[in-house]
Structures are given as structure tokens and as C-alpha cells.
Write a protein that binds this ligand. Sequence first.
Ligand code: FES
Length: 335
Amino acid sequence: MSARRVRIEQFDQDILVEDGDTILSSALAAGIDYPFLCQQGQCGSCKSYLISGSVDLGSFYNPMVLTEHERSRGLILACQAQPLEDCVVSVAELDGEVSHVVREITCSVVAVAHPASDITVIQLRNDSGQPFIFSAGQYAHLTFPGLPAREYSMANRPDVDLLEFHIRHLPGGRVSSYAATELAAGTAVTLRGPFGTAYLREEHLGPILLGAAGSGLAPIQSIAETALANGLKQRLHLYFGVRDRPNLYQQERLAELARRYSNLSITVALSEPSGAHDLRVGHLSSVIAADFDDLTDYHVYLAGPPAFCEAAQGVVLERGVTPASCFMDPFVTNK
Ligand code: FES
């Protein structure tokens, strides 16, 4: 008999898995409180990321529980997986919450764009050699050279290599002014994360309402693109609000998404329009209030300034959304 050594990141512990045993059975035998239910590849409770090494995924699991897309992202079912060599794994969820290991990684800026009057969009390459695993809707701390750390949400899908962030320019803001005027490709950035609980719950089968104000579009874009790429078929209503036309961005990207996925609808609203346009007018929470009488069975994701999140939360709770089904990411601004 030979055994492989498997490191389980959250428990900071190595276990030995004998030939023919699964990671889950060996972890439980070692006294580790690894999440599981069915032990038969049918429930997904033991879903984990394979960080390094290789495993036999097993052949008796439900392909709806571990999809081909998830397999391509390095997910495994610990109750089925048998290591083929020494491995490192990371539990995907603990107690119903995603449980990604917080890492500090070095990145470099590969692209900087200024698509709206007050927005800088940057793309980062992970240079650390370590995986950066997160769920759509989470955020990280970014530290640019010589500046204090700031929180920004990942705007890309978790399975996309380049990390995307949207930085809103705050008058007098040290970091956002630097991003708007000086930041260039090649700059080294330290990233720490992921954090946040307003991430996409893919197990929800009912309709989804997404509300983004300003640069709150970053996590909402990540959630929408991830949900659609992962095959969620329910209705997705994406609402995006900014002050005026010069503040609008990502319009072509959103339009392309709506062309590709018939279950996605997009509504854009301007709160203080100054010229001719064919968009909705009003604060985003009021526009949502006008469009929905009943949001029972919805999951709602809201991101943007705290005032928007609070107003929109009030609207959706009045229309039947339960507090547990309303996920908010209020952007607290630091200058
Ligand atoms: S415990 Fe149910 S799929 Fe592994």
C-alpha cells in the first residue's frame, strides 16, 4: 500500500490517503470536520478546489453536481476523489458559506482604461505562482506602490485569468486620483483577498435581480457573466444606474451579453441627465420600484454607494424578498 499526502488549506493540516481511499474518508478518519452529506457524489457538499497535484475524480458522481465547467476550474468532489500524487486542496464551502483561502499575491498591471469620466478600469495579471480563487461578487484589497490599501471588487469571472477592477475617481481621493492620472501598465500591485459574502449563490433556481450603481457594476458584472457562463437559465434582470451619460461605461460589453443570453435583460437609468438620451430617468432604486410589484422568490444582489444599497434594499424587501435573499455590497469610500 502507498499513501499520498494531501494538505487541506483551511484546516492547515496534512492527511495521508491510502490507495483506494478518498480524500473525504481519510480526512474524516483523521478527525477533520470536512463538510459532507451524501458521500456518494450526489449533493456537492464536499466540493473542493484542487490547488496542486492530480486526482482520479471517480466515475460515480452526478455530472449535474460537478459540471464539466467546474471540473475545468479545478473543482473536485472530495468524497469521490482519490489522489494520484501529493495534493493540496481547499474546501469550497464551509457551513454554507464559500471559504476561499485569503492570500496575499503580487500582480502587475497589464491594461489601464478610462471608459467613463469618473472610472478607471484596470486589468491585473497574477504573477505570484499561487492560485487566486474567489467567488463572483467578492472583493480584494489592492495596494499600489506607496499608497494605502483600498477595497475593490473583482469584475471578471473567477475562471478568467486576468483580474479586472473598476476604480471610481473620488475628488481628492489619493488612490483613485493616482489610478486616474498616473497608473500605467507594468506597475506592481499587491492583492489580498478574497473577502465578502455578497457572492453568487448558484444553487438558487428562481429569478435574479442585479442592481449596480456607478462602479458597483464591477461585482454585478462578475455575477452576471458567471451565472450566464455557468448555464443558469432563470431570468436575470440587470439594472445599472449612473448620474449622467458621461458616467456610463461597459455598455457594449453588457449589450453583447444580452445578445448572447436571452434570459438576461438590461435596464440603464440616469439620475441627473443633462442632454438628449433614450434611457430611463431616476434614481435606480425608484426605477426598480416602478418595474416590480412582487419580487417573491428572487435573489437580489446590490452594489454601489451605501445610500443606493439601503434605498434599493428597502424597495426589494417591501416587494417580498427575504433579508437572507438580498446580498449587498455597499462601497464605503476611503479617500
Ligand atoms: S458528500 Fe455529497 S457529493 Fe460529496
